[in-house]
Structures are given as structure tokens and as C-alpha cells.
Design a protein around this ligand. Structure first.
Ligand SMILES: [Mg+2]
Length: 454
């Protein structure tokens, strides 16, 4: 048993080889057994158990796996000449190709790139295989998207006979061997830094951020590293002269909250590497939702309905991306005096269609439009299941299938031209997008649980 080998937990020189998993002692530069330079070494190596695993250039990696002739070529997955890049392989990235870049620009940077249309069905299938392997490591797997998840390996040492760090390194090798793609792993003591770590050295990365170095590490990083600080909010901070996390570390919590509201609270804690959000296991996936907080309180249908429509579309897009569907539609409202109202309705069968989510939500919303002024509107679905049984062809409603096809097409167009490219009658030209929501807050929760206040 590994546990009986008496690992010196706080020995910063102790580590293991990521290629053959042999334990190393002393400040060696290469594995004593296989000569690999890929050594994992950290003072807290055997004490950390929270991980974020992210597949490297996932779509492109799957295509390369399935067509070895592509292996040494720059490959871009995306929607044709006028579309945008959804994934670029690392060879294309070296030449400057990035995700979300317009395809014509990508091809300017890398004219010899091979462009492949995304095969989402295949990627979802492979993503599920990787996830199943994760679930063999721990029941606490929280998927973030098709190709990444958080894992909590606390208490699994007895099961595996290995500490989490080694289990994760072995997992990475196993994915390479059994699935034929690579992953990057971040290991830390909290979700925020596990995610940061996995991004740190891709591809085939294995990065560790321990408690001892968290503050110092963060101090040097740009504020955009913090979850929830997108472009818009980074611009707000920039205007206030704040660019580095270290500047946030020197500010008082009260001051940050006075300036940026609840976001200030988040900034305060995350800047210090304080994040006590827990892992929510896949089987506990309760809902997929989106919500937005208004800058001014709203009461009228004219104001609220377009917001509901655009949030419904966001929820539907997330469901489709995650291969999920929900049977109960949940409307959430927060009134000007901070009272929360939630209203549910169960459907006959699960849905992943914006139209059904919206029309059910609208029905619920109409009953709540009684003059009350609202500061927040959210819509989501619960009773989550695989999307296998979602939106069956409906004999009563012959339009349903057409709508399903139309929404698939809208997704494709949005992938190509960006979220604003396609507007439906309800949102077109409406003030919602012009109305400033609080910074980045309208991103709302991704799949699963909303951001828990820390
Ligand atoms: Mg990835």
C-alpha cells in the first residue's frame, strides 16, 4: 500500500514521475527509472485533493485521433469560411489561431490549416467516456462542460491505494491510452485555483497550486483570472486603476463591496485564494439556469418578456451543449425589496428547447406581473436527465419538430457569427442588451448550481 510507504508530506523535493509514476526522492531532474523529465513535485503534493481536469484542444484532439494523417498538421474546428474557430489544435495555436477568432483571420494567420466542421455528436460521446472514467475515481465529479470537470478526491486514498496526486497522474495516462486524447490537470485546495492550475501549462499539464504560495502567485496575475471578471468588468476595474490581483489583496472588503456590490465580496475572497465552494456531483445536477440582475427595477411586460426570452435561449443552449434536458421549468424573481419568488411547472416530457422553456416561463411570469418591481429575473429547468427522451415528436403540436430544427440551426448560426447574430421576435431591437446588467452577472450560473456566495 502506498500509504505505508511513509511519504514525507512536506518534503518539497519529493515527487513522482508522471510517465511511469515512480516515486522520486531528492532533487533529481529526470525520472530515476524511465528518464522522463515530467516530474511532479510540490511541498503539498500529497495533501491536496481538489482537481480540475480539462481535455486539451478537445474537438481537434478527437479529430486527430480519428484521422492520424492530421496529427502533425494545424487543425481548426469551426464553421466554414465565414464562421469562427471553436477549437484550434496546438500546432495552429502556435501560429496565432485562437478560439472564437473569425475564420478568415485564423486562415490569414495559418493558411495551411485544415478546417473541419464540428461533429458535436461525436464529441459528446467521447466526452461521456472521459467522464465515466472520472467517475471511477470519485463520486464527486462536477462537469463544467463537455470536456472538463472538477473532481474531489478527498477520502479516496484507501480506495485507490494512492494519494490523489498519483491517482490523477495515472488517470491522465489512462485517458491517453484508452481514449487517445490528452488532458491537463490542476491540483489545489479549492476550485478557483484548481481551474487556474489546469490552464497553466497545457497541453498535458499537471500544475499544482498549494496554500503556501497561493497569495503570492495570485498577486502577480491579472484580475481577469478571477472567475466572473469578464471583459466588461475588467474594464470597470481598469478604469479604477486595478489590473493585478495583488492590488485587490491590498484593499479592504468593505471598500470592495461598496464599489462593486456582491462582486466586490467575491473579488476580496478569491484574490486571497479563499474559495470554499464545494464539488457538486453530476448525479446531483439539479438545474440548468440563467439569470440577470437589472440596474433598475422593472415591472412591465415590455421590459421583462424580452429578458425572459433571451435567458430561455441561453438555458436551452447550455442544455444542448451539455447533452441534458429538464422536465420542470423554474421561474425566479427577486423583487425590489429582495424577496425571492420561485414558480415551477412540470412538463409532460423533458425539454431542451428555448421555445418551450420560454412559453412555460412566460405563463408563470404573467401571473407575477402584478405591478411588483423586480430586480432580478431568472429562468431554468430542473428534473434534469439525459436529452435522449427530450422533446419527442409531438403529434398534437406539429410545430414542435420544426422548432427543434430551427433552434438547432440558430445554434449553428450563433456558433458562426456570435450570440447576437440571430435574434428572435421577442428580443429583436429590445433594450435588454442595451440595458446594462451588472457586470458579467448576466452570465449567470452555467450548468448546475449558481455561484454560491463565498
Ligand atoms: Mg478543454
Amino acid at each position: 500500500m502506498f500509504a505505508s510507504m511513509a511519504i514525507p508530506v512536506n518534503d518539497p523535493e519529493h515527487g513522482f514521475c508522471r510517465d511511469c509514476l515512480r516515486l522520486q526522492s531528492g532533487p533529481v531532474r529526470r525520472c530515476e527509472r524511465c528518464g522522463s523529465p515530467r516530474l511532479a513535485r510540490h511541498a503539498e503534493l500529497y495533501g491536496l485533493h481538489l482537481a480540475h481536469i480539462d481535455c486539451d484542444a478537445f474537438y481537434a484532439a478527437v479529430e486527430k485521433r480519428d484521422n492520424p494523417a492530421l496529427r502533425d498538421k494545424p487543425v481548426i474546428i469551426g464553421g466554414g469560411k465565414r464562421g469562427v474557430v471553436s477549437t484550434a489544435c496546438y500546432i495552429a495555436r502556435i501560429q496565432g489561431v485562437r478560439s472564437a477568432m473569425p475564420m478568415f483571420k485564423a486562415l490569414e494567420a495559418c493558411p495551411e490549416a485544415i478546417v473541419i466542421k464540428p461533429d458535436m455528436e461525436k464529441y459528446v460521446r467521447v466526452g461521456r467516456e472521459v467522464r465515466a472514467m472520472m467517475q471511477a475515481l470519485t463520486p464527486l465529479v462536477e462537469p463544467i462542460s463537455i470536456d472538463e470537470a472538477f473532481l474531489d478526491l478527498a477520502g479516496t486514498e484507501r480506495l485507490h491505494g494512492l494519494p490523489p496526486a498519483l491517482v490523477l497522474a495515472r488517470f491522465a495516462l489512462q485517458v491517453e491510452k484508452e481514449i487517445g486524447i490528452t488532458v491537463s490537470t490542476g491540483l489545489s485546495y479549492c476550485k478557483f485555483l484548481a481551474k487556474v492550475a489546469s490552464d497553466f501549462r497545457k497541453p498535458r499539464g499537471f500544475s499544482i497550486i498549494g496554500e503556501v504560495e497561493a497569495q503570492e502567485f495570485l498577486a502577480e496575475q491579472p484580475v481577469t483570472l478571477i472567475w466572473g471578471v469578464g471583459k466588461a468588468f475588467a474594464a470597470v476595474l481598469e478604469r479604477d486603476g486595478i489590473r493585478l490581483i495583488g492590488q485587490l489583496q491590498r484593499m479592504e472588503r468593505n471598500e470592495l463591496m461598496r464599489r462593486y456590490g456582491t462582486m466586490g465580496d467575491r473579488l476580496y475572497h478569491l484574490a486571497r485564494g479563499e474559495d470554499d465552494r464545494r464539488i457538486h456531483a453530476d448525479r446531483d445536477t439539479k438545474s440548468v439556469s440563467a439569470e440577470t440582475t437589472f440596474d433598475m427595477d422593472l415591472a412591465s411586460a415590455d421590459d421583462l418578456v424580452p429578458v425572459l426570452r433571451s435567458l430561455s435561449e441561453k438555458v436551452a443552449a447550455r442544455l444542448r451543449k451539455a447533452g441534458l434536458a429538464g422536465r420542470t421549468v423554474v421561474l425566479k424573481l427577486k423583487s425590489a425589496d429582495f424577496k425571492i419568488r420561485t414558480r415551477n411547472r412540470q412538463l409532460g416530457d423533458p425539454t431542451r428547447l428555448a421555445d418551450r422553456i420560454f412559453s412555460t416561463g412566460l405563463d408563470l411570469l404573467r401571473r407575477e406581473m402584478d405591478g411588483t418591481r423586480y430586480r432580478l429575473l431568472g429562468i431554468g429547468v430542473s428534473d434534469i436527465s439525459d436529452d435522449g427522451k427530450a422533446d419527442p415528436p409531438d403529434l398534437v403540436d406539429v410545430q414542435a419538430r420544426k422548432r427543434a430544427l430551427a433552434e438547432g440551426a440558430i445554434d449553428a448560426l450563433r456558433d458562426k457569427f456570435g450570440g447576437k447574430a440571430v435574434e428572435t421576435g421577442y428580443t429583436f431591437g429590445k433594450g435588454h442588451r442595451g440595458r446594462p446588467a451588472r457586470p458579467d452577472e448576466d452570465e449567470g450560473p452555467e450548468v448546475q448550481h449558481p455561484w454560491e456566495r463565498i
